[in-house]
Write a protein that binds this ligand. Structure first.
Ligand SMILES: *[C@@H]1O[C@H](CO)[C@@H](O)[C@H](O)[C@H]1NC(C)=O
Ligand SMILES: *[C@@H]1O[C@H](CO)[C@@H](O)[C@H](O)[C@H]1NC(C)=O
Ligand SMILES: *[C@@H]1O[C@H](CO)[C@@H](O)[C@H](O)[C@H]1NC(C)=O
Ligand SMILES: CC(=O)N[C@H]1CO[C@H](CO)[C@@H](O)[C@@H]1O
Length: 329
C-alpha cells in the first residue's frame, strides 16, 4: 500500500508535470496558430526558441567568436521572460534589460553603421560583420532580426496568430526590443561612424520620428565619436528625391552641427554603389562616367574599372578576353 502510494506520488509529482508540460505545449501551439487573429502584425515566428538558440551559437562560434563565451539558453530565457504570458501592449524596453546585459559586446572602432530605409543594402554591405557591424551584426540584433514575437496570457504564453503593430500599441514586444537595442547599440559607437540613408524615399530620407533620430543619435557618446559619415544612396532606377545639403538631409546636417559633431555627407558613396550595381551591371549609372575613349561604354564596364586612380587599360578587349578565358579555363 505504502509502495503503491509512493509510486503514485512519484508519478503525480515528477512524471505527470513533465508530461503535462510536453504534451499540451505542442497542442496549444497548434491551437494558438488557429486562434482568432487579434492584431494586424504577424504572429510569433514558429520555432522561435530554436531559431534564437541556434542563431546564438552560430554567432558566438562561427560568425563572431571574438565576443567570447555566452550562455545561449540563459540568453533565450532572458529574451522570453520579457514578454511571455504578458499583455502584448504592456512590454517596455526595460523588460529586456537582462537580455541586453547578457548579449552586449564591443562594436569595433569605425565599424558602427546606422541606417534608415536601407536594411537589406546595409546587410549586404556589412557582410556578416566582416566589413561593418550594424545593429543586426551585433549579437542582440542578430538574434532577433526578421522575427516576430508577442505574448498571450494563456496557453503557451505566446501568440502565434498575430501581434500588435506599433500603430496599434506602442509598447509592444518587438518595438520595445528594437528601442532598447538601438539605444544600447548607439552607446557602443566609437571612432568614425556611418549612417546610410535612402535618397529614393519620398517621405524623408532622415525621418525625425525614425529609430536613428529618436533612439540612436540621442544616445551617441560624443567624446567617443571622431566623425559621422552620411551616405545617401539612391536606388538604381529609382528617383533621386534627396541629396546631401537638401530637405531632411539638411536637417540632419544642421542637427549634427548644433550637437557639435564632425560629419561628412556623400551622395551615392561609391563602395556601396558598386554593390548596388551588381544587380544592374549594364545600367547607365553603373558605367564609366568618362567615355572619351568610347571603348569603355561598349564593354559595359562597371565603375570599378573606370576609377580615375586606375589608368584606363590600353587594350581592354585583350584584358577582357584574358579574364573570360581564365574564368572558363
Ligand atoms: C546556462 O543557463 C542555463 C539556464 O539559465 C543554466 O541552467 C545553465 O546551468 C547555464 N550553463 C552554464 C554553463 O552556466
Ligand atoms: C579608425 O579611423 C581613424 C580615422 O580614419 C583611423 O585613424 C584609425 O586608425 C581607424 N581605426 C581602426 C581600428 O580602423
Ligand atoms: C529605398 O527606398 C525605396 C522607395 O521607398 C525602396 O523601394 C527601396 O527598396 C529602398 N532601398 C533599400 C536599400 O531599402
Ligand atoms: C518628396 C518627393 O520629392 N517625392 C518624389 C520622389 O520621387 C517620385 C518619383 O520621381 C515622385 O513621384 C515623388 O513626388
Amino acid at each position: 500500500m505504502k509502495a503503491l502510494f509512493s509510486v503514485l506520488l512519484f508519478w503525480f509529482l515528477h512524471v505527470f508535470p513533465i508530461l503535462s508540460l510536453l504534451i499540451p505545449v505542442t497542442q496549444n501551439a497548434e491551437a494558438e496558430t488557429h486562434m482568432e487573429k487579434q492584431w494586424q502584425g504577424d504572429g510569433t515566428t514558429l520555432s522561435l526558441e530554436e531559431i534564437i538558440i541556434g542563431r546564438c551559437y552560430n554567432y558566438i562560434r562561427v560568425v563572431n567568436p571574438s565576443v567570447g563565451e555566452k550562455n545561449c539558453s540563459q540568453i533565450w530565457e532572458a529574451f522570453r521572460d520579457a514578454f511571455i504570458f504578458k499583455d502584448p501592449c504592456k512590454v517596455l524596453p526595460k523588460d529586456y534589460e537582462p537580455f541586453i546585459r547578457l548579449t552586449v559586446h564591443d562594436v569595433p572602432l569605425n565599424k558602427s553603421l546606422f541606417w534608415e530605409n536601407s536594411q537589406l543594402l546595409v546587410g549586404r554591405y556589412a557582410d556578416s560583420t566582416k566589413r561593418m557591424m550594424p545593429l543586426d551584426g551585433t549579437l542582440m540584433g542578430w538574434l532577433a532580426q526578421g522575427l516576430a514575437w508577442c505574448g498571450h496570457p494563456g496557453g503557451t504564453g505566446m501568440n502565434y496568430k498575430s501581434c500588435p503593430t506599433t500603430d496599434e500599441c506602442e509598447h509592444n514586444p518587438v518595438e520595445s526590443f528594437w528601442r532598447i537595442a538601438s539605444e544600447a547599440y548607439a552607446k557602443l559607437a566609437a571612432g568614425v561612424i556611418h549612417v546610410m540613408l535612402n535618397g529614393s524615399v519620398s517621405d524623408g530620407a532622415y525621418p525625425v520620428n525614425g529609430f536613428f533620430a529618436k533612439f540612436e543619435l540621442t544616445n551617441l557618446i560624443k567624446d567617443n565619436i571622431l566623425n559621422i559619415q552620411i551616405w545617401v544612396m539612391d536606388e538604381i532606377e529609382g528617383p533621386d528625391n534627396e541629396s546631401c545639403g537638401s530637405k531632411t538631409i539638411k536637417l540632419l546636417e544642421t542637427t549634427l552641427q548644433e550637437d557639435g559633431f564632425q560629419y561628412t555627407c556623400t551622395d551615392n558613396y561609391k563602395p556601396v554603389r558598386l554593390l548596388q550595381c551588381v544587380d544592374f551591371p549594364t545600367h547607365h549609372d553603373c558605367l564609366c562616367a568618362h567615355t572619351s575613349t568610347g571603348a569603355l561604354h561598349s564593354f559595359n564596364l562597371p565603375m570599378a574599372a573606370c576609377s580615375s586612380e586606375s589608368p584606363i587599360p590600353a587594350t581592354p578587349l585583350l584584358q577582357l578576353t584574358l579574364v573570360s578565358s581564365q574564368l572558363r579555363g
